[in-house]
Every structure is written in structure tokens, then in C-alpha cells.
Ligand binder design. Structure first.
Ligand code: ZN
Length: 277
């Protein structure tokens, strides 16, 4: 695979301007960051919303506004989180998490293949009932699931859902390494995880915080696509905050080209991922 897709994860559920002043929070800031990342080579932007107080939320109006602003500027693939609203107070309700998918029918959305303890502080809950409903809903609205994997057993859960029809092959996996509570971000773990994926799948990986660069480099060597962005890593290098999401995309694009691969455009990424246009 010579074309590599860069996904930019612009804003997660955690952190704010005090974590990194460049973290985009409002629809305007998120759309601006998406456009800047697209200019640097991101084919996909993975987006979370924040309310006026900066709290994570699944509010449809905020997603709608952000998508509208991004679409005015570029054709980047928009990948909506389904885990927004997750805070120390717990998860948003299943219905709240699914509503933006029903209403906005995004091209792509995250599908977290199981529940885990999160940051050693709270539970990141994705119940069987929720995942079954979300998987069927995504098929109904033509949304390509990005199967986020935080630990090995989650790949087996994805395989189970392939058998039961909750998911349809070919799958696209996002291996999220080094989330506290999930699998450590080592190259050895990445190789193992990659080898468990169903044949014919596409895959991408990201390393949280200090595993960011090792996982990026190993993923490229193993033939995967990459994810970067302030959701996963607010630093550019040890102790130095990233200036922007776009700066992280620029570095990834440069490494991809230096390694002799090509950076996939959104149109090429749609082809690779089998996304309807
Ligand atoms: Zn996310």
C-alpha cells in the first residue's frame, strides 16, 4: 500500500486550552483546524464537540454547524465521534450518542469495540446493546465505522459483530495504543494487534502521548495508515507543546513522503476505505 491516509484527531473529550492553547473547542475553531489539516495532507478529520463551557457533548447543532463550516472550505472526510459527552460524570445516554448519526448521516464515525477503564478514573462504557444498535444504525445511514481498538479482545469483539451482521466487511480499524486503561503503546503490541485483524481489513494506528512517534513510524513500516492530532498527543516533542493540529499533520505527511509513500487525498481515501460519495 503506497498511499497512506492521515487522520487528524482534532479535539478529544479531555483537556482544554490549559492543556494546549491550540486545542480547538468551538465549531469555528474546529472547522478552521480541519481546513488547516486538510491543506497539510489530512484526508480524514475525526471530530468531537465541546459545549460553551468546554465540556464534551454530542449536541447535534454543534456537529451540524461544524460540518457546515468544514464543507464550505474542503472535501476532507468527516469522522464523527460516537463517544462524545464522556466525562468524569459518566457517559452520555446511548440515544444521545446515536442522535447525530441519525440526523446528520456522516460519512464516517468511530465505533469503540468494547468497554474499558479510562485514564484510571472512569469507565468508558460501550455496552453490547449500544454497539449492536450503533452498528446497525451506521449501516442504515451509510456511515463507515472506524473500529477503535484499545485492547486485544476488542478485535475479537469486532470479529463477533462481523459474524452477527452488526458490522460488515471490509472493516477499517483504528488501533489506539497507549490509552491509560488500554494496551501499552509498544511496537511489539502493535505488530501483535495488526496480525489479529480480519483479512481484507484496512487499518490505521495512533500512539497516545509518548508513544506517538514510535507508533507512527512502526505503523508506516507495517503498511498502516496513521492518525495524529491534539486529541492523542498535545506535544510536538518532549516538553514542547504542538503549535497546532496542522503542525502534527505536516510532520506525518513529510515522514510519509520521505519514506517513499504518498499521502492519500480525500478522494483516494474514500476509494481505499470504500466510503460512499
Ligand atoms: Zn476521539
Amino acid at each position: 500500500m503506497e498511499k497512506r491516509i492521515i487522520t487528524a484527531a482534532l479535539t478529544g473529550n479531555w483537556g482544554d486550552k490549559s492543556t494546549n492553547p491550540a486545542l480547538p473547542m468551538t465549531p469555528e475553531e474546529i472547522a478552521e483546524a480541519a481546513y488547516a489539516c486538510w491543506k497539510e495532507g489530512a484526508a480524514v478529520v475525526h471530530i468531537h464537540m465541546r459545549d460553551e463551557k468546554g465540556h464534551p457533548t454530542m449536541r447535534v447543532d454543534l456537529f451540524e454547524k461544524t460540518i457546515e463550516l468544514i464543507r464550505e472550505k474542503c472535501d476532507v472526510i468527516i469522522n464523527m465521534t460516537s463517544s462524545g459527552g464522556h466525562s468524569l460524570d459518566g457517559m452520555a445516554s446511548d440515544e444521545t450518542r446515536m442522535l447525530p448519526f441519525r440526523k446528520l448521516k456522516p460519512e464516517m464515525g468511530s465505533f469503540d469495540c468494547g468497554t474499558l477503564n479510562w485514564l484510571h478514573q472512569t469507565i468508558f462504557e460501550n455496552s453490547p446493546k449500544f454497539l449492536e444498535q450503533l452498528g446497525h444504525l451506521m449501516q442504515e445511514v451509510g456511515c463507515k465505522p472506524e473500529l477503535e481498538i484499545f485492547d486485544v479482545g476488542m478485535v475479537d469483539t469486532a470479529k463477533y459483530y462481523l459474524k452477527t451482521g452488526v458490522l460488515k466487511a471490509p472493516c477499517h480499524f483504528q488501533l489506539v495504543m497507549n490509552a491509560a486503561g488500554g494496551m501499552a503503546g509498544t511496537v511489539e503490541n502493535l505488530v501483535y494487534l495488526k496480525n489479529q485483524l480480519p483479512e481484507g481489513s484496512t487499518w490505521s494506528a495512533t500512539g497516545i502521548s509518548r508513544s506517538h512517534m514510535p507508533i507512527l513510524l512502526a505503523t508506516l513500516a507495517l503498511g498502516g495508515h496513521v492518525r495524529v492530532g491534539l486529541e492523542d498527543n498535545v506535544y510536538y516533542s518532549k516538553g514542547v507543546l504542538a503549535e497546532s493540529n496542522a503542525q502534527l499533520v505536516r510532520r506525518a505527511a513529510s515522514i510519509i513522503r520521505e519514506a517513499g509513500y504518498e499521502v492519500a487525498t480525500p478522494a483516494e481515501a474514500r476509494e481505499i476505505l470504500g466510503i460512499r460519495k
